[in-house]
Design a protein. Structure first.
Length: 135
């Protein structure tokens, strides 16, 4: 049993699967996906501290990066024809696409996310302080 809700990649045309793999490399999806999956598993292990490490290793083997990437690959395969995927690849291979997928762009997005998270945290802390003053 590959997991409930698992989408089947096996029925996808091999050429289409190859094109999607190429797209994922060009648009930095692979590295973003890996970071997101690792972050999610980190949060899970912190949230469920009483579960043994071996459980999370097993969970990752079953539902980790490979599983998640395959699910997204199926979604792309269902939404886009081979020609559309080729057009998307052409964009990501263009100077504009490479700029969009660049480390500089990714770093700027991470910086914005960090600043956003800091604003949220400070707002929550201020709210807690105000509530403590009133009580």
């Amino acid at each position: 049993h590959k997991g409930s809700g698992s989408l089947a990649v096996s029925s996808m045309d091999k050429q289409k699967e190859y094109l999607i793999d190429t797209l994922f490399k060009l648009n930095a999806f692979d590295s973003e996906c890996e970071a997101m999956v690792n972050h999610t598993f980190s949060l899970l292990s912190m949230s469920f501290k009483t579960l043994p490490r071996e459980f999370f290793v097993s969970l990752y083997e079953k539902y980790g990066l490979i599983y998640f990437r395959q699910q997204i690959k199926v979604i792309y395969g269902d939404l886009f024809s081979e020609e559309e995927i080729r057009q998307i690849i052409a964009f990501w291979a263009s100077p504009t696409g490479r700029k969009l997928a660049s480390k500089s762009m990714t770093d700027k997005q991470k910086q914005a996310g960090t600043q956003w998270g800091s604003i949220l945290q400070q707002t929550c802390l201020s709210q807690l302080e105000e509530a403590e003053k009133k009580s």
